[in-house]
Design a protein around this ligand. Structure first.
Ligand code: 13P
Length: 255
């Protein structure tokens, strides 16, 4: 990443893992390991763990996020949680549009857009996930897919609001598979996303914009990925459930 222009953000996505007690224990283990980080450190946890996470992280440099939010402020949406509710409990970050939401729970570019809108309106910082499937990569339409996902998600978002958005490029074929995009592949797509932001907003907005990579990023490959110009951090699944591994990634982003 280019440290003169941007600060890295290393975010964990715990997915459907950890109880409140386990959340507290893991954050307590992580706190001393990441306290000197020269990057932003975020942990996105299941809704039921948010209180425990906020309490355990209080006073530390770890910020807490949720893994999704609904687009409405309130109403008859059984099982959903609104951005307003997250803001009310003091959660500053939210992941939106993760490929697992798109794949298993019918999220579309349009509902992702609506959720982004709601999160911004509630004052949250959004980690917006975009990424192509293996079929799409083989069809050579990676950048088209990502541009479409990004343009729809960001429709109507002002340059001022853009400051509260991070994009995580997560190739679907690299998530939880142990297969990482090469540093060159990650840099190419992340650079493409930055170019798109420059086109939609301005070069200055694009230069300041954080684009993470996610997909089997781990303690071993993080340094190589993060050394690339356009890889401004990571969205980490599996490796964020192990304190030493997550701390190694945070250290790599702090160099
Ligand atoms: P893994 O790091 O487990 O591949 O998960 C990546 C991810 O989906 C983060 O959101």
């Amino acid at each position: 990443m280019n440290k003169t222009l941007r600060k890295a953000v290393i975010a964990g996505n715990w997915k459907m893992n950890k109880t409140p007690d386990e959340t507290k224990a893991l954050i307590e283990e992580m706190k001393p390991l990441v306290k000197d980080a020269d990057c932003d450190v975020v942990l996105c946890v299941p809704y039921v763990d948010l209180y425990a996470a906020l309490e355990a992280a209080a006073g530390s440099n770890i910020k807490i996020g949720a893994e999704n939010c609904h687009w409405a402020k309130s109403g008859a949406f059984t099982g959903e949680v609104s951005a307003e509710m997250l803001a009310a409990v003091g959660v500053p970050y939210v992941i939106i549009g993760h490929s697992e939401r798109r794949q298993y729970f019918g999220e579309t570019d349009v509902t992702v857009h609506d959720r982004v809108r709601a999160a911004l309106d509630a004052g949250l910082t959004v980690i917006l996930c975009v990424g192509e499937t293996l079929t799409q990569r083989k069809q050579n339409i990676t950048m088209e897919v990502i541009a479409t996902q990004t343009k729809i998600a960001l429709a109507g978002v002002s340059a001022e609001e853009l400051k509260n958005i991070i994009i995580a490029y997560e190739p679907v074929w690299a998530i939880g598979t142990g297969e990482t995009a090469t540093a060159e592949q990650a840099d190419e797509v992340n650079g493409g996303i930055r170019a798109l932001i420059a086109e939609l907003y301005s070069q200055a907005d694009a230069d300041a914009f954080v684009v993470q990579y996610g997909g089997s990023m781990n303690a071993k490959n993080a340094a190589e990925l993060l050394a690339k110009e356009h890889v401004d951090g990571g969205l980490i699944g599996g490796a964020s459930l192990k304190a030493p591994d997550f701390a190694t990634i945070v250290a790599a982003a702090s160099k």
